[in-house]
Design a protein around this ligand. Structure first.
Ligand code: SF4
Length: 315
């Protein structure tokens, strides 16, 4: 399988590029995800020539503008250089399907990076690191996550799903932007979308219905924006339960009553959080394969990413 291109803060790959000459090696990124991801490592602060080691920097609110400044000498402002680097690197990053950033960094952080006022006191509202922020202006739909947050199993699974879906979209829709390819894509994602948000799924269906009527480029743009918004919502337990029951309905004529009862029992136990999601899914998938229910075999919900990642073993 061709590896998926994913951007990453270089320190997460064990590169000693932090301000104090250390790194923040992420075992999950470096030793597990690397099996499927081809990383594009970037250390924005090194790339703008700050060197290693370097003086620490932080986000400062200067007249309602978020700037990146040297902690001890506020006359040293790196914001424009970090933004310019993102602008300069953006074209060559067009084929990324995701980006894993280092948390809390004034350059790389995506969520809740601390901001200080000009007197050095912490402010209440956090912001994004300057490089991550500027890259997001170029690629607002690119799945972006922080290494710290993907220690949370639900956020981790959500990010991995979006990266694989992004790759699928590029390969099977963008590469041949035809209405029939959009229909096939939407069909494959039906249950996965429903697990994340039923209302988004319905709106996406309306867009697909317009695919033969409106210009396809317009539809694809709208579809993928809504699709990304949908998958970004973490799937809730009740939604998984509804999807599992719905899928089970496709097997109602094939399964003997005792098998149906066992499956229902597993779904119920998942609902009560007594077993992990992988348990009812494995049983359902087993019977889908045995009975060759093609519509379900193609559903991304059953295999949104390689099984070996084992993410549903803890959900
Ligand atoms: S967080 Fe970003 S800027 Fe800081 S060391 Fe890591 S890659 Fe470089």
């Amino acid at each position: 399988m061709k590896k998926i291109k994913v951007g990453i803060s270089a320190c997460l790959l064990g590169q000693a590029v932090r301000f104090n000459g250390s790194h923040k090696n992420s075992v999950f990124c470096n030793e597990i995800l690397s099996e499927w991801f081809e990383y594009v490592p970037i250390c924005p602060e090194v790339e703008i020539g700050m060197g290693v080691p370097r003086e620490p920097i932080r986000l400062v609110n200067e007249n309602n503008q978020i700037r990146v400044k040297n902690v001890t000498d506020q006359s040293k402002d790196y914001t424009d250089q970090l933004h310019a680097l993102a602008d300069q690197r953006a074209p060559e990053l067009h084929d990324l399907c995701g980006y894993i950033f280092m948390q809390k960094s004034p350059s790389c952080g995506v969520f809740r990076v601390k901001v200080y006022n000009q007197n050095g006191m912490p402010e209440t509202n956090p912001a994004m690191g300057a490089f991550a922020y500027q890259l997001k202006q170029h690629y607002p739909l690119l799945p972006m996550e922080e290494a710290g947050r993907i220690n949370d199993i639900r956020l981790r699974e959500n990010f991995i799903i979006r990266v694989f879906a992004n790759q699928d979209w590029r390969e099977h829709v963008l590469a041949a932007p035809l209405a029939k390819n959009l229909v096939a894509f939407h069909t494959r994602y039906k249950f996965l979308l429903q697990a994340h948000s039923e209302s988004h799924y319905r709106k996406l269906g309306q867009l697909v219905a317009d695919a033969g009527v409106k210009p396809i480029d317009e539809i694809l743009q709208q579809y993928f924006t809504l699709f990304t918004e949908c998958l970004t919502q973490v799937a809730k337990i009740n939604n998984h339960v509804n999807v599992l029951l719905h899928m089970m309905g496709f097997l109602k004529n094939q399964l003997p009553s005792e098998v149906k009862a066992s499956l229902l029992n597993l779904i119920e136990r998942y609902k009560e959080q007594k077993v992990h999601l992988i348990v009812p899914i494995t049983m359902l998938k087993h019977y889908v394969d045995i009975h060759q229910i093609e519509y379900l075999m193609n559903q991304k919900y059953l295999s949104p990413y390689p099984y070996e990642l084992g993410l549903r073993n803890s959900l």
